[in-house]
Ligand binder design. Structure first.
Ligand code: SAH
Ligand code: SF4
Length: 348
């Protein structure tokens, strides 16, 4: 694998730039991270050093496509990695914040049936640098508007790639200056990953993609539930809450006839109440491999009201960029169909 621009730690960068004084290493480090600069823009360091950085540390991400929606408030970027795999990130501007949604893996091994990424399968883990660079690129793209939040809700299961994701989270916090609570890891329920997260000092936010609080249904739509059923997930989440005292949120993509009836709401309420968790209801985004339609908007409001009467706080999340396939993995899925047509899914 090629070592790319953000793969190195600060001490590894110092080693690479052997012979340069510490303050120079700091200038390069801060320029690349805090100021989101390209090597050529590091005008406070000598030109030869700029050229060395450019040469030794190529970018991890090559732009393939950019698609905008919601009056340019949603910008979806599709990237090609150095070995040809495609990943995507989405920059979303809101009134009070700008959020980038990043990928943690090329593909995903978790096989959730309703998810475009899950339908394609697993390619590989992303490296620290590939994750960090997505945030840097979004910050560059965002211009005057500071990227204030990072969510790991793009392609892949972040807690199945903990060894790369966690150092990337620390870098995003320490060196890109994004607050711990403004970094959200989203997991389908990888219990060993939740246990490792519980051990970490940085109090990031955790979202759990629950979608069903019934083992039989959840086994079907999120097969990881067969390995870590709801009881095990609940145990891990209780330990997490005890250690962190952080509020949890549960994601619930609303699928007609699957998880949107009264019984489903009662099961969800019983599961969520002990955690005092917040529930995000999301209309299911259509994907090529899953024919179940989304719950209709009136029924989503009915479901929300029912949860409210059962003592659970829920909000309905608008699906940003549905018209540009901004739900996770969908732009890539479409691009791969196009590339496969030309039989060149990968560069290699
Ligand atoms: N693997 C992690 C993070 C990436 S998926 C996880 O599953 O949490 C990010 C979010 O998108 C998850 O909540 C996931 O359930 C949701 N999602 C996936 N496919 C979707 C679809 N077709 N419609 C709506 N939400 C979807
Ligand atoms: Fe993977 Fe998350 Fe998609 Fe499930 S929903 S397949 S865990 S990316």
């Amino acid at each position: 694998m090629v070592t790319t621009r953000y793969d190195l730690s600060r001490s590894e960068l110092a080693e690479l730039l052997e012979g340069e004084p510490n303050y120079r290493v700091d200038q390069v480090w801060d320029g690349l991270h805090a100021q989101h600069r390209e090597p050529a823009e590091l005008t406070n360091v000598p030109k030869v050093l700029r050229n060395t950085i450019e040469e030794l540390l190529p970018p991890a991400l090559t732009p393939v496509r950019e698609v905008k929606a919601d009056n340019d408030k949603t910008i979806k970027q599709l990237w090609q990695l150095t070995d040809g795999y495609l990943v995507e990130s989405v920059l979303m501007h809101y009134r009070d914040r700008s959020t980038v949604c990043v990928s943690s893996q090329a593909g995903c091994a978790m096989g959730c049936t309703f998810c475009a990424t899950g339908q394609v399968g697993f390619d590989r883990h992303l490296t620290i640098g590939e994750i960090v660079e997505q945030v840097v690129r979004a910050a560059q793209r965002s211009g005057e508007r500071r990227v204030s939040n990072v969510v790991f809700m793009g392609m892949g299961e972040p807690l199945a790639n903990f060894d790369q994701v966690w150092p990337a989270v620390e870098r995003i916090h320490d060196d890109l200056g994004i607050g711990a609570r403004k970094i959200t890891l989203s997991t389908v329920g990888v219990v060993p990953g939740i246990e490792r997260l519980t051990q970490q000092a940085l109090p990031v936010s955790l979202a759990v993609s629950l979608h069903s609080a019934n083992d039989k249904t959840r086994n079907r739509i999120a097969p990881i539930n067969r390995t870590y059923p709801l009881r095990k997930l609940a145990e891990a989440l209780h330990s997490y809450r005890r250690a962190k005292n952080r509020r949890l949120s549960f994601e619930w993509a609303m699928m007609a006839g699957v998880n949107d009836n009264e019984n489903a709401a009662r099961e969800l309420a019983a599961f969520a109440r002990p955690f005092n968790a917040h529930v995000n209801l999301i209309p299911l985004n259509p994907t090529p491999g899953y024919s179940t339609p989304a719950t209709d908007p009136e029924s989503i409001i009915w479901f929300q009201d029912l949860l409210d009467s059962l003592g659970v706080n829920a909000t309905i999340r608008t699906n940003r960029g549905t018209d540009i396939d901004a739900a996770c993995g969908q732009l890539r899925a479409e691009q791969q169909v196009m590339l496969r047509g030309k039989s060149q899914r990968r560069k290699t």
